[in-house]
Design a protein around this ligand. Structure first.
Ligand code: GRF
Length: 223
C-alpha cells in the first residue's frame, strides 16, 4: 500500500516537473520586417491558437508604411517603425543600437526576420548570438538574394522550396535549420510559384520556431 502511494506520488511529481519545463520553454520573439508581413501573420496565428510556445514581444519595421506594422497591430502585438539609417542595405551603427535596445527592452530573446531587407552585422548578431533566424524562398544554398522564385524559374529547376536558417553577416548564407521542397510546375509564372512557396513558408516558419522553442532542433552552431 505504502509502495503504491509512493509510486503514485513519484509519478505525479515527475509530471509536474515535465509540465513546468514545458511552460518555461516559451520563446520570446522579436520580428523584423520590411514588407507585407504574411509570415508574421502565420506565426501570430499559431501563437494565438496556442499551437506554438511563442510570444511575439515586438515587431519592428524599417519603413513606416510596411504592411507588417498594421498586421502586428491587428493581433495586438506591439509594433514600431525605427529609422534604419541612410544606408539602403544595412542598419547603420547608431540605428543598429536602437534596434537592439528596443528588442531587449521588449524582452526579445530570439529574432525572426520576416522579409527584412537589410543585412545584419556583427553588433546585432552578437547581441542575439545564435538566436537570429530568417526564412528564404528557395532551397538554400541555391538562389540566395532577391526574387528567388524568379531565379528558380529562369534556371529551369523542377524543384525549389523554402529554407529557415540561422543568420550570419552574409546574404542568406547562415547554417540551414529546416527546409521544405516546392515543385516548379509546367506553366508556373514567377507569381504562381511565389504564391505556392509562401504557402509552404507559412507552415514551415511556425513549425521551426516551435522546434527551436522546445529545443528539439540540433543545437545552434553558435552555442
Ligand atoms: C518571404 O517570401 C520571405 O521568404 C522573404 O521575404 C518574404 C516576406 O514576405 N525573406 P512577408 O512579408 O512575410 O509576406
Amino acid at each position: 500500500m505504502l509502495f503504491c502511494a509512493t509510486f503514485l506520488l513519484d509519478c505525479w511529481w515527475r509530471q509536474q516537473i515535465k509540465m513546468s519545463n514545458v511552460t518555461e520553454k516559451r520563446l520570446k520573439l522579436g520580428v523584423l520586417g520590411s514588407g507585407k508581413g504574411s509570415n508574421l501573420v502565420a506565426i501570430a496565428e499559431a501563437a494565438q491558437a496556442g499551437t506554438i510556445p511563442v510570444d511575439i514581444v515586438l515587431v519592428i519595421a524599417d519603413s513606416p508604411t510596411a504592411g507588417i506594422l498594421e498586421r502586428a497591430r491587428s493581433f495586438g502585438i506591439p509594433s514600431r517603425y525605427i529609422f534604419p539609417g541612410n544606408s539602403k542595405t544595412r542598419l547603420e551603427a547608431q540605428e543598429e543600437q536602437n534596434y537592439i535596445a528596443a528588442l531587449k527592452e521588449a524582452g526579445a530573446e530570439w529574432i525572426a526576420l520576416a522579409g527584412f531587407m537589410r543585412i545584419l552585422k556583427k553588433g546585432f548578431l552578437t547581441a542575439f548570438l545564435g538566436k537570429v533566424v530568417n526564412i528564404h524562398p528557395s532551397l538554400l544554398p541555391m538562389f540566395p538574394g532577391l526574387h528567388a522564385w524568379k531565379q528558380a524559374i529562369d534556371s529551369g529547376v523542377k524543384i525549389t522550396g523554402v529554407t529557415v536558417h540561422y543568420v550570419d553577416s552574409g546574404i542568406d548564407s547562415g547554417p540551414v535549420i529546416a527546409q521544405r521542397a516546392v515543385p516548379v510546375l509546367d506553366g508556373d509564372t514567377p507569381e504562381t510559384l511565389h504564391q505556392r512557396i509562401q504557402l509552404e513558408e507559412h507552415k514551415l516558419y511556425p513549425a521551426t520556431l516551435k522546434e527551436l522553442a522546445l529545443g528539439e532542433k540540433a543545437g545552434s552552431p553558435y552555442s
